[in-house]
Design a protein around this ligand. Structure first.
Ligand code: GUN
Ligand code: ZN
Length: 441
């Protein structure tokens, strides 16, 4: 599938090019016409200089502009696109995926909290982080917004491994000081101090970014949520990452615990936790007023279809999100989610919208998995598409990796059909290559 042509006397060692079918997005297909939302080159060229995108376009046009000694790698029978972006996932839950039979609150008690206790041991964290990041990369995901555990060692471990792999990753230590096992609790003060130390050490170190991470309203006291808001004021470019309105029993519990709040989102709003770098996982049961507030504050929601189906939480209302125009990314939410693959996530996402009687077009799907994720993470221009100067994290999807997709693709007459087949039949087997800052890994 690959062919490399290069000249050993190259003077352009920092520049390389990849030739093949190329797709990337410029805008949300729900906001502009579908044709304006993407660029597609049947025989395209992606030119990379020192790990950043230099140019993308038709191969025959761009090749003329390049010096003859630049290495050109050809990818046939596949699609080159930006790496996938997972906007909500828990690395410590990688090995407890597929735990049987419960909805959110019981699932947390029975499986999740016991699993997370092991992450006080930094060496355990490093082993799981290594496994987790390998799974992500194999599935074509190059950036993720990641939960650690309550232990600062869990984040230390994660960033250490992500740094070795030169990845753009966002992670944070979980804040949780009530309504969970005693030996998994921090305090308002220790949560603040540990988070601050991690921010000072890791935020903006290489490609790593920090997220202040209150687990969810039930496990955080008002004081702890307020302290998280203070951290965001002290470090305005760090992220805020939490869960919101995932499950009906959870929502009822939040209204008991916070009787003075006007709904679930308002609990976070009262502590100044909404904003451009705030990402709320799930939002399956949002009121219109909450959608308006998410939109007004430029906050984002991570749509996690495999998790929402697995835990029986419900089907995210993507149409409502579009109507209120707040940012949406896609999340696997491993270990409640059931696959590391964004392609599988698209497949399940499509079905959740079918159950609602709504459509999820293949262009919107691939937008959400790439540029939509970058917008949700406030990283547009840095990752998510092939705009000039963007970091060259990209993948090659192989149509021929399975006989079934191969046969189905051969019948497709349009790009729309091809993308749809890829989103329904594709998975990690179809990720032929993953490139980080231009380098194949
Ligand atoms: N809400 C609070 N914690 C969690 C978690 O670990 N997973 C999911 N899906 N929801 C949560
Ligand atoms: Zn989650």
């Amino acid at each position: 599938m690959t062919k490399n042509t290069s000249n050993s006397s190259s003077t352009n060692t920092g520049t390389k090019a990849y030739r093949g079918e190329i797709l990337h997005f410029l805008a949300d297909p729900a906001k502009v016409s579908e044709e304006e939302s993407y660029q597609y080159f049947e025989d395209g060229l992606l030119v990379i200089k020192n790990g950043l995108v230099e140019a993308v376009g038709n191969a025959h046009e761009l090749l003329e502009t390049l010096s003859a000694d630049i290495s050109v790698t050809q990818y046939d029978n596949g699609l080159i696109m930006p790496g996938f972006i997972d906007t909500h996932v828990h690395y410590p839950q990688a090995e407890m995926i597929a735990s049987y039979g419960e909805q959110l609150l019981e699932w947390l008690e029975n499986y999740t909290f016991p699993e997370e206790k092991q992450f006080s041991d930094i060496e355990h964290g490093k082993r799981v982080a290594e496994f987790f990041l390998t799974q992500l990369l194999d599935a074509g995901t190059t950036t993720a917004l990641v939960f650690g555990t309550v232990h600062k060692e869990s984040v230390e471990a994660f960033f250490t491994i992500a740094q070795q792999k030169k990845l753009r990753m966002i992670c944070g230590k979980v804040l949780m000081n009530q309504n969970c096992p005693d030996d998994l609790q921090d305090t308002t003060e220790s949560g603040y101090t540990d988070s601050k130390a991690l921010i000072e050490k890791w935020h903006n170190t290489d490609r790593l970014l920090y997220a202040v991470t209150p687990r969810f309203a039930p496990t955080c006291s008002t004081e702890q949520l307020n302290k998280a808001g203070e951290l965001l004021k002290e470090f305005p470019d760090v992220y805020m990452h939490t869960h919101l309105s995932e499950n009906k029993d959870e929502i009822a519990w939040v209204s008991e615990l916070f009787p003075d709040s006007d709904g679930y989102l308002d609990v976070y709003d009262k502590s100044s936790l909404l904003g451009r770098r705030s990402v709320f996982a799930h939002g399956v049961h949002l009121h219109d007023s909450e959608c308006q507030r998410l939109s007004d504050t430029n906050s984002a929601v991570a749509f996690c279809p495999t998790s929402n189906l697995f835990l029986g939480s419900g089907c995210f209302n993507l149409k409502q999100a579009e109507e209120f125009d707040f940012n949406v990314g896609l999340g696997t939410d491993i270990g409640a989610g059931t696959s590391f693959s964004m392609l599988t996530t698209l497949n399940e996402g499509y079905k959740t919208q079918q159950l609602r009687g709504d459509k999820l077009s293949p262009f919107k799907s691939f937008y959400l998995a790439t540029l939509g994720g970058a917008v949700a993470l406030d990283l547009e221009g840095t990752i998510g598409n092939f705009s000039k100067g963007a970091e060259a994290d990209f993948i090659v999807l192989d149509y021929q990796a399975t006989p079934l997709l191969d046969r189905r693709i051969k019948r497709c007459k349009t790009l729309t059909e091809k993308l749809f087949a890829l989103s329904i039949l594709g998975d990690d087997r179809h990720v032929k290559a993953t490139h980080i800052m231009g380098e194949r890994i």
